[in-house]
Design a protein. Sequence first.
Lengths: 198, 550
Amino acid sequence: MPNPTSAVYDRGESSRGGSDLKRREFVATAATAASAGCGARLAAGYRFFSKDEARAIDAWTECLIPADDLPGASLAQVVRYIDLQLTRRFKKLQEPYQRAAEAIDEAAQRAHAKPFAELATEQQTALLAALDAGKGDKALWGLDGGKAAFEMVLNHTMQGFFGSPRHGGNRDFASSKLVGVAPVQSRGRLHYSFKENS
Amino acid sequence: MALDKVDAVIVGAGAAGPVIGKELAVAGYHVVLLERGKFYQSSDCRKDDLYNQRTTILGNAFGPDSEGEPRVVVDGKGNERVVLPWEGGYNNNASCVGGGTLSYGAMAWRFHPLDFQMKSKYGAIKDSTLDDWPVTYDDLEPYYEKAEWEIGVSGDDSNNPFKGPRKRPLPMPPVGPPSKEHRLLDAAARKLGLHPFDIPMLRNSVPYNGRPACMRCRWCVGFACEVDAKCGTQNTVLRTALKTGNLELRTECMTREVVVDDKGHATGVKYYDENGRLQEQPASIVVVSCGANESARLLLNSKSKLFPQGLGNRYDWVGRNLQGHNYTGAVGLFEEEMYDDLGPGASIAVSDYNHGNPGLAGGAMLANEFIRLPIHAFGTRPPGGARWGKEFKDYMRRNYRRTMMVQGPTQEIPTWDARVELDPKVKDKWGIPVLRLSGQRHQHTVEIGEAMSLKAEEWLKAAGAVQTWRRVGGRGLSGGQHQAGTVRMGKDPRTSAVDGNCRVHESDNVYVVDASVHVTNGGFNPVLTIMALAYRAGEHLVRQMKGGRA
């Protein structure tokens, strides 16, 4: 599975406001310092996730909506949506997300001796399918076998992929291309006529 | 220190408050209108599919939207939890000037004449408090008409033989031209022997009241209209009232209690102003119009010697019979693309199934649904289909534009146990006890919904659907945007809380005017009935005040 390149993220960052960017850089620096030496580099600038957490959740969302000729969850920056909301309306879910990211990496290590993001797509899909069926390792996921964690990430992935880009996901209106509907209607009665579809 | 006394203080600027305010202000009476929310404008539309009044994943765009306004919900097993305004179970309606009418889909239904006579028509139902209204369709007819013309309704129900008699047609033609799904559903309904017609909508189809026509965008229900083509109370009657100079609107003011003397006479209200300071507004008349949940809460929080259990609650009827609508219907998948991006989406309805269904005490109007934004498509997929992965993505790519949805607000059978009361522990950010919701829907409500969803499925199949799947409500409490019933209207003070003029039994000057007073809630969206009741109550109040009473 292709990981998002840092170039993609950088383009997203550059479209944001200056002071916002500075704050993000600061947060990123702090996060990097805290987790220096862990795994491959991801673009910096998360508000809540550590680099490893972001990488795991990013790969998780991409499995749920994979890229083909059109972007999947990763290119749509769904993980950015989740990260941003974890500092806002989803504050209650900070811990569940940290546990989920940690558990999916641990599950990947046990099964294939690699972090989740580095597994082959089929391996990732198999791990997630087990959670969807509530058959994840109970020692790792608790009594529901990972079902609650799976539903949480699934719902937020849909929101981040299909929801308004102003909340951090759906970059470049990726989902509008998928469903074939122009993202923004510009319509006024004097400039456009309503024609009946035949 | 108390403020200067006014003729009337109205609590709540939703569907009813501004109507009464306008009636009083135009008649020359001085009115203060208190609203806990803000005064949003059409530029607050924002088209945000995760943050609006229908999809509240990131909050309620038009309120309440703070963690300081929780409620307590008790489920069927007795487990209780604190919920925030944008979370499931809260049963919210917007808190802002205009209330739900700022951001609604704007269907403008008159109830069916039988909707006011449910007990006479269907008899007593076990475990239900089903009853007749003390007013009839004929009593309300002139006020329905007034709402249609003053606030503005488009549509054409001339092909609906089931409606109650109307003296005047609607003031505006339907929004046109019809969408593709409208045309297919129209032909299919006729094939089935049904009577399809254009839904009455509180929406300008032509310039009206100084505001423009609908531009047919897809951001309708849940959003403030970008071009102000939807007709709410905030851009119609409230404007008229403000122009008289006799009505003062105070926003971000949270009313704590109606102040009542030992004889049940109200002297005014106490409220927290926009700076959190406690104020007392004396008034000759107090009108409570906060919606079925919050009106009941305000009454229950207004304790006095005559009403130690809350204003109007001597016989324990305040907060009971909470009902909304059991939305049921079906989704159809088509070979051809249906999506033509012509909003608002909902446009065609049948009223054939509101009454006369064998073995069922009621039914529903069925209509096509508002445009489903992509964020909604995840929840309307066929059962059993892939929820993620390539198969899911392919489904969305192929079928987002190939679905159609028909549903309707199934009439609920009221129950004594579906209720709101004050929570003994939890308080809001003003320190006022919050609502505690408990109970569930009547089993027969679910049965009627089942039947209606089968009818919806039949209609979609007749329109050419290759696959259909039903959406049926369960027994969970429903008192959200269509909340009603908690301050029942009736002739007998022992089995109701207000009389036929919306006046609280045993109080000479407190009125409750909103869907709280609905004995039953019809198989239709309730807003036009709320407005009609408000016009009627407003006229009654003016008459009372001119006669020097109250």
